[in-house]
Design a protein around this ligand. Structure first.
Ligand code: HMG
Ligand code: MG
Length: 310
């Protein structure tokens, strides 16, 4: 691992985070959140999801959110798309990058999308044809990669095969999702090796860690050792998946940035500005962020505001 090397942080808070909020976050608050994250230097901000509003009412305003966000040059704004209808809705508002999602286990995929893994690839086929014809960039997620809330342990060979299949059908990047936050570093090393050996270049693999059991950062360090350079996270540690009981938020962007910058990696992201975006959102939702680095920054600034310690 060399100092100054670039790492891409994929911010998923506006999608993975807000899909899991209990209340409906007002459209203008979502728009301001996405804009603040891009202004903080995040080069990829997963903005929303064009899924069924019955499945995810929290993101029912996705078209309006996407349309209203002031796009910064050089920033990518991917959106989650489950099927052709989702793609049509995304294209109608000018999305240029989509994320498809399936899982390593049928039970989870059925609960999440009403489709088996096999059926989800059948749904993706026409989506990929149209997306490629329109020149869109396509990412693919594999949920329950490290463990499933319904099936328990996941066969790493089976999970790796789903990742390779996504790559083979045309996803430029495959994100390995620890949906319920059960992974440990030795598992990360094992699966990354498998996915790489099966033909996905290391530069095309991303890690998507939820931090349910506090192992997300340890898994990132293992990913870095394996030469992964793309990591997903959510500002303030927002998130979870409504179809994964017990799933906590994503690894917090502030915590990831603190680690990466401290280890000498470059991200181009201003940590303090991400924390400011988190604070503004928290003021609207009334929910305290779970990021430890966010908490540390706030207590440091509170101490500074209170004057010298006596
Ligand atoms: P379905 O019921 O099988 O779909 O749902 P359908 O094709 O039979 O259609 C049923 C109704 O939904 C129809 O409406 C469609 O028009 C409508 P009706 O005629 O009954 O009024 N519909 C849509 N509406 C808007 N946008 C669409 C759309 N598609 C159909 N795209 C479906 C299948 C996939 C749509 C549904 O199950 C769904 O939307 N699921 C999404 C679940 C979801 O968003 N989960 C969270 C994201 S995944 C995640 O968080 C994991 C990740 O972070 C990685 C990790 O952590 O592991 C990515
Ligand atoms: Mg997730």
């Amino acid at each position: 691992m060399s100092r100054g090397e670039r790492v891409t942080v994929v911010e998923v808070g506006p999608r993975d985070g807000l899909q899991n909020e209990k209340g409906f976050v007002p459209t203008e608050v979502k728009v301001a959140f996405v804009e603040a994250l891009a202004d903080a230097g995040l080069g990829v901000v997963e903005t929303t999801a064009f899924v069924s509003p019955r499945a995810i009412p929290q993101l029912a305003d996705s078209a309006e959110v996407f349309s209203r966000v002031r796009k910064r040059a050089g920033v990518r704004y991917p959106v989650l798309v489950p099927n052709e209808k989702g793609l049509a809705r995304a294209l109608a508002v000018g999305a240029r990058e989509i994320s498809l999602f399936t899982a390593a286990t049928d039970t989870f995929n059925l609960r999440n999308t009403n489709a088996t893994i096999e059926e989800s690839f059948a749904r993706f086929a026409p989506v990929l044809v149209r997306a490629k014809a329109d020149g869109l960039r396509v990412r693919g997620y594999v949920s329950t990669f490290f463990g499933c809330p319904y099936e328990g342990r996941v066969d790493p060979a089976k999970a790796a095969a789903v990742a390779v299949r996504l790559y083979d059908v045309g996803c430029e990047e495959v994100s390995l999702g620890d949906t319920i936050g059960v992974a440990v570093p030795s598992q990360v090393a094992d699966v990354v090796e498998r996915v790489r050996e099966a033909g996905v270049p290391i530069g095309q693999i991303a890690l998507h860690m939820h931090d349910t059991r506090g192992t997300a950062l340890a898994n990132v360090v293992e990913g870095l050792r394996e030469r992964i350079r793309v990591f997903d996270s959510s500002a303030g540690g927002l998130g979870g998946c409504p179809y994964a009981p017990g799933a906590a938020g994503n690894l917090a962007t502030e915590d990831l940035l603190y680690l990466l910058h401290g280890m000498g990696f470059e991200t181009g992201v201003d940590l303090a500005r991400v924390a400011a975006a988190t604070r503004a959102l928290a003021e609207s939702t009334g929910r305290a962020p779970v990021s430890r680095v966010f908490a540390a920054l706030n207590s440091a600034s509170a101490r500074a505001a209170a004057g010298p310690a006596r």
